[in-house]
Structures are given as C-alpha cells and as structure tokens.
Design a protein around this ligand. Sequence first.
Ligand code: SF4
Length: 429
Amino acid sequence: MTVNVGVVVRYRKAVTYGVHALLAALEAAGTECEIRFGTTPEETAAEITACGADRILVLWSFYSPDAEAMAAELAAVRELADDPRALHVAGGVHATAEPQHVIDSGWDLAGIGEGESTIVALVEALRAGTPLTAVPGLALRDDDGVALRTGPAPQPPLDAFPSFPAPRRTVGPIEITRGCRYTCRFCQTPFMFGGRFRHRSVDSVREHVRRITAHGLRDVRFITPTSLSYGSPGPDPDLDAVEELLSAVREELPPHGRIFFGSFPSEVRPEHVTPAAMRLLKRYVANDNIIIGAQSGSDRVLAASGRGHGADPVRAAVRIAVAEGFRPNVDFIFGMPGEDATDQRASLALASELADLGARIHTHTFMPLPGTPWRDAEPAFIPLETMRALDRLAQRGDAYGHWRKQAEHSARLAETARAYPRRAPRRRV
Ligand code: SF4
C-alpha cells in the first residue's frame, strides 16, 4: 500500500527562496503532495493537525544565527501538535554544517547540502516505506543520539530544477548562478554549494520569466553570489553572456516590465565594476543602485579573508558606479579575525571616503559561521570608538545595517562552536 505524504512548511520570510526551490523540485518531479504553510508556530501546529496525509514532512530552514530561536519554536510546535505522523526536517546552511547540533536540538532529520534531490527522494522513500538511510543528503539520529550521515546529495546542473514552483505566492527571484569560485573565509556559499559556478541557461531563465509574467507580475530579480560572473567559469566577467541573459529577459517581459540586476538580493564584486559593465547594465536594468562587496578598508584583512581584491578596486568601483549613474551600497564587515585598531581605522576612513563619493555603507559584524574556514576564529574586538564612528555614519544617513544585532549573534555562534568541536560525523553507507 502506498503511503500518502503531506508537506507542512514552517514558512518564514528570511528563507522563502530556499523553500520555494524545494517545492519547485517536488513539482518538477511530478510528486503530488498536500502542501500547507505555517507562518507562526501556532499556525504550523494547526496545519500539521489539519493535514490529511499518512506521513507529514515538516520543513524547517534557518540560518545559523536563528538556530536557537528555531529550536524553541520546534519545541512549541511539538507541544501543540504531538502528532506521530510528523517528521520534522531542518535544512539549509546551518543543518548542513552542524547536523549534530540540529539533531540534538530536537529535529528528526537534518538535510545536508542542496535539498532538491533529497526532498524528492525522501517523499518517495516515505511513500514506498523504504529505509531513509538510502536517501542521499540526510543525517539521521542513531540509537545513541549520534547524527549519522547518508550519502552526499548530488549537485546537479541548475537547469535540473526551477527556482520556484508555479503558484503565484511562491514566485520570486530567479537563481541564475549557484556555487562560488571565490574563497572568502567568512562565507558559507562555497561550502554549501561548491567552489565552482553553475549557471542557469538562458533558455531556462526565459521559461522562468514567462512564469512570472503569466501571473501578471512585471519585475524580475536574480539570485547569484556575484552578478557579473554570469556565464563565466572564472574570475573575469563575460559581458557578452551577461548581455545575452539581460536581452533575453527583456524580450520576454512586457514593455512595462523591469529588470533588477546587481542589486538586492545579489551583489557585484568590486573588480567587476568597469565603465563597460555599468553601461551594459544601464541599457537594461531598472535599479538605480548596485550592491558592491568591499568588506574591509584594510588590505591586510582583505588578504587574510581571502577576498581576492584590495581596497583600491573598491574605491575605483564606487567612482565608476557613481559616474555611470548608480548609487553604490557597499558592504563592510567589522570585527574580522585578526583585525586590529589600525585595520578598523582604515575601514572607517574608506567608508567615510566612499560615503563622500555618494555611496551608502551597509555595515555588518563578523560572525563565525558554521561550515566556513573561520567557524572557530575569534571575532576581533570592536571598541566603543569604532561603534560611535559607525553610529555617526548612520546618523548622517550614510550607513545602515544590523551590525549591533549581529554582534550578539556572533557571541552566540562562538558558544555553539565551542560546544560542538569540529569532527567528522559518522557515516552509514
Ligand atoms: S562572499 Fe561572495 S564572492 Fe566571496 S565566497 Fe561568498 S559568495 Fe563568493
């Protein structure tokens, strides 16, 4: 007898893109499931209770700073809906990097790596009643509470799955590139998605735009680690490939349609900002700003973090972007490991110089994120003097960001890292 499987999503604004990709994978695989959304713990519990399926996958996804709050929510949902049909699965970067922490925090399963193939295989295994140990990309709890890993989840070409499923409420940005060839030591992207670019084909992007316009929507945005790397395997942009993409999107859009590229939710690397690149964007895009990753004004810290550029290309990028009619939003991270007072002064001086040129500074605090080379690194101390300087920039309207909140997250992440020393989880083959 086939088991009827339902899906309840703990639906949070911060992680909708990843969840949409999973639902799109189920849709693309022709897996028909009753799908429900819970936007609060109470709603999630009510949806579990209301679901008519024999087995229910409850999908959770969160970033590392939210892990503690989500574990508290999970406990609340279990309390409200103590349902033997439910299997709570956590996916995303935190679950991938810290499966033992996720299992200890109360989830039944941790999804490891890219989830599209895993969710399809998981639903099929539950339907057929076959062991979950054969599903790739999972960590399961053994009798001793140890997180046992199944085989690795595949990393198929990006065209294998759409970025979002058909219903209007789940339409979002199109993921055009996954993985990153750069090796910034604070970043989870290469660890989660691999150290090379996988680009979506122009034909697949066209198909997504048709889905968007079929709903009467007119704005197209993209997800990519580095916008101007589209179509390129290496460090140099391929502007012909970028133009082919943008002109195809323009062709698919109605006359009032708008393209947002190099702005939220993606960014560009500073050394990719050239007059030719900016003029190309100006011909196609509706955004008046671009997001540039600078991260530090100290060449020493930039080198230690593996960014692959110094401070001068950041200055040049802001000048070029402003000259070509864009307002740059420039990301900075304060408190990177090994950063000293001289480095922080260099960052503050560069931030102030860029603000005078017309940029807005997006301030962040370094967080030792799981899975990154700097997971166990000690965040540098940020003295009161630096904090006051950042506040002054914000008061002038030249800076924005949640750097104070991130400082709290940073301390909590360091605590978790100490509680879960790096070790290879046991694997069941
Ligand atoms: S910070 Fe950007 S460029 Fe660096 S590894 Fe992450 S995604 Fe790639």
